[in-house]
Ligand binder design. Sequence first.
Ligand SMILES: Nc1ncnc2c1ncn2[C@@H]1O[C@H](COP(=O)(O)OP(=O)(O)O)[C@@H](O)[C@H]1O
Ligand SMILES: [Mg+2]
Length: 309
Amino acid sequence: MLTTEVKNVDTQDIKVNNPSTSHTNATQTNGDQTPEQSQRETSKFDVKNKEQSQRQQAEVKLSTKDVHVYYGDSEAIKGIDLDIYQNEVIAFIGPSGCGKSTFLRTLNRMNDTIDSCRVTGQVNLDGRDIYDQNLDVVLLRAQVGMVFQKPNPFPKSIFENVAYGPKLHGLAKSKYDLEEIVENSLRKAGLWEEVKDRLNQPGTGLSGGQQQRLCIARTIAVSPEVILMDEPCSALDPIATAKVEELISELSTQYTIAIVTHSMQQAARVSNRTAYFHLGDLIEVNSTEKVFTQPDHQLTEAYITGRFG
Ligand SMILES: Nc1ncnc2c1ncn2[C@@H]1O[C@H](COP(=O)(O)OP(=O)(O)O)[C@@H](O)[C@H]1O
Ligand SMILES: [Mg+2]
């Protein structure tokens, strides 16, 4: 494995959030101890580490093992192992074409919709293989919802956009139930106040930022556990982007979120951990703070310092 000493990483304009539930692979050392002290410390640290890893084990929401993705003969993802923890926001970053979207789509079998695409390896949701042939894919995509780059509301009313999923999955017992789900979802997506008086108007008539929050409300309406977001702000202006970012932080208390972003500032603002992809490989995954200040890998460093992108 390639490693390098990290020098002078210029992250002045990247502010890293300080999430309360960060998961990190970083280890610590202390050079000023006697061997005895250090051994004691080490064993204490080992216990702590073990406890932490046991806790993390219990909290793993999604887990991929040796995932490869092919488009025809071309290998786009080259064997990725990654655990995603409950209620974390994990950002996927890396140069264009490195496989971020492809990998994200393996997490709810969205690649199934691409004819030339073949996935091997294992993806577990709560320990259950999502590529199991008996699995209900429609249900899976409700559990692991997706928000796309370009807001894509259905050509229906605001109300119907949000009500569609709950109707499909039979989540509402009555009209009142359905109205409640729609209102709650729009509230969680931070859109209720802006649209409550025009629920019967077309979703496509909203501004871009509102449309994206409508799509988030639509995802939330079917009670997902994980939300996948593929560059959800890349078509939005800075104010709409700020609103969606704020929303992501609020949603992370309830959902597990994986977000692809080409904006390192955005990754730094919203995520607990960051995964750096390069040419179909997962190069490094660490706490966001570490990735942006002391990356383990020279390729990560080169990317975050802007040497390629
Ligand atoms: N539908 C597709 N058919 C064929 N090749 C694709 C398709 N989607 C992506 N690829 C290829 O897979 C690689 C990874 O693409 P992608 O996952 O879109 O990267 P990213 O999201 O990081 O920009 C690229 O080489 C891209 O050209
Ligand atoms: Mg992409």
